[in-house]
Design a protein around this ligand. Structure first.
Ligand SMILES: [Zn+2]
Ligand SMILES: [Zn+2]
Length: 468
């Protein structure tokens, strides 16, 4: 039995780990690498193994850095089952179609450039046809129930509290007379996040642990600070009659933002302010949310059941925008208003147009509410670069950029230490830290060793580890 780390190793995106038991290999996640366009394209277009040799995929959640290369895997010959939770299955349906659309459009853009330079055309990573071939392979499973992945691998999903449908995996592995327990945290959420249930501990029966480490060295403001943190930059921008531009991951962050804005609106704090969610994907995903109340916390269920204000994803001043023309009209609309658009790292999607249109105006406000990977436009704004390239053109950044650290969907250092700290230290043979930049993973590693976990590793891409 062994593991090989193929993605999100000493980095955050492209989550993909190979687990081999009884001579057959299963993938844990099959995500897209995000970041520098050329490098990402190169990594995403080839697999370091033969996809047709993979027996099954076990998916932790629907975020594109975990699920986004499933259609690529199928395009290159994979035909096995893809296990996920029921809500993840529903989300993949909309998210993978959207991702294929982005891939096809990206290639049009690249090929125009290539043509000018006399270079040959490139093909998309995958197309909507590949997505159509992928979706029937998805198997939606219940939380808390054990299922067989292949002979020798059993899996149980528990709620990771990170996004709708997100899960941690408790895997039991059997080969010959050996049995061992492997846990994969997936992306781990935070207790108290709006809408979602709190992360459920998978149980301390683990010999090996693969843990995320996104914020292994950082502390977030408490979830309870969300409303105040958001209100402060809104008020400043409203005084200047500026636009408030928020890149939001179409899944998760956008619905949370809407939920918090809904509360601020009911409390009369922003009831005058128009809010636009400009993303056809967010519109579709919000529909998926409404279909999966089994993933909601008590508070959200109570809102759904209340006689008035009973839509946590909508309120009077909120408009969801599907069509492009309506989206373009926002360019000429005078502030103040809020626009939330995807993608969350501003590397593609409608948010890029809003930023191209808005960053040059000092009245405007850009509010960053999620993780920004290296080399994305979002990260450049967070780093306060005075000039950023958007669609190949330089734009001077005059708008104010604020980063809110209470909105993270990821556990922070203390929350990670507390979650991992629940495992039996004597039993745990090795902890592998993934899904984190090296500095973050190293700080978490230090914390875990101080807490009594003697063997903690930060595997690099291609590294292998024997289990049992
Ligand atoms: Zn995630
Ligand atoms: Zn992730």
């Amino acid at each position: 039995m062994h593991l090989q780390f193929q993605g999100a190793a000493r980095s955050v995106t492209g989550s993909m780990h190979m687990l081999t038991v009884q001579g057959r290999t299963v993938l844990l996640d099959c995500g897209l690498v995000q970041g520098r366009r050329e490098e990402a394209r190169q990594r995403n277009s080839t697999f370091p193994f033969d996809p047709s040799s993979i027996a099954a995929v076990v998916l932790s959640h629907a975020h594109i850095d975990h699920s986004g290369n499933l259609p690529g895997l199928v395009r290159h010959g994979f035909r096995g089952p893809i296990y996920c939770t029921k809500a993840t299955k529903s989300l993949c349906d909309v998210m993978l179609k959207d991702s294929a659309f982005i891939q096809e459009r990206d290639v049009e853009f690249i090929n125009k450039k290539h043509q000018r330079k006399g270079l040959g055309p490139v093909t998309p990573l995958y197309t909507r046809t590949d997505v159509e071939a992928t979706l029937p392979l998805l198997r939606g499973m219940e939380y808390g129930q054990t299922f067989d992945v292949i002979d020798g691998i059993h899996c149980r999903y528990e709620d990771a509290g990170h996004m709708l449908g997100s899960a941690s995996l408790a895997l039991t592995l059997k080969e010959g007379s050996h049995t061992c327990h492997l846990v994969f945290t997936g992306d781990l959420g935070r207790p108290g996040l709006p809408i979602l249930r709190d992360p459920v501990f998978v149980g301390d029966e683990a010999d090996f642990l693969i843990s995320e480490s996104t914020y292994g060295g950082r502390l977030h403001a408490p979830v309870s600070a969300m409303e105040e943190q958001l209100l402060d930059p809104i008020r400043r921008a409203v005084q200047r009659r500026g636009k408030i531009i928020i890149p939001g991951f179409a899944v998760g962050r956008t619905q949370e933002l809407v939920y918090v804005l809904h509360r601020l609106s009911i409390e009369g704090k922003i009831d005058y302010l128009p809010v636009f969610v400009d993303s056809p994907l967010s519109v579709n995903v919000t529909e998926v949310f409404r279909k999966h109340p089994e993933c909601f916390d008590e508070e959200t269920r109570a809102i759904l059941a209340s006689p008035e204000n009973n839509d946590p994803f909508g309120f009077e001043r909120l408009t969801y925008i599907r069509d492009v023309e309506h989206s373009k009209q926002l360019n000429d609309r005078p502030g103040p208003f809020i626009v939330i658009a995807a993608s969350g790292m501003a590397d593609n999607g409608r948010i890029v147009h809003h930023l191209a249109n808005g960053v040059g105006d000092a009245r405007n406000m850009v509010v960053i509410v999620g993780y920004q990977a290296e080399n994305t436009l979002g990260k450049k704004l967070v780093d306060k670069q005075p000039i950023v390239n958007i669609f190949g053109e330089p734009h001077e950044v005059k708008a104010e950029v604020v980063v809110l650290n209470s909105f993270s969907g990821h556990a922070d250092r203390n929350e990670l230490l507390s979650y991992v700290g629940k495992f039996n230290r004597k039993r745990m043979k090795r902890v592998f830290l993934v899904h984190g930049d090296p500095a973050q993973a190293e700080q978490l590693s230090g914390g875990l060793q101080a807490a009594g976990f003697s063997a903690v590793g930060i595997p690099d891409r291609g590294d292998e580890a024997m289990l049992c």
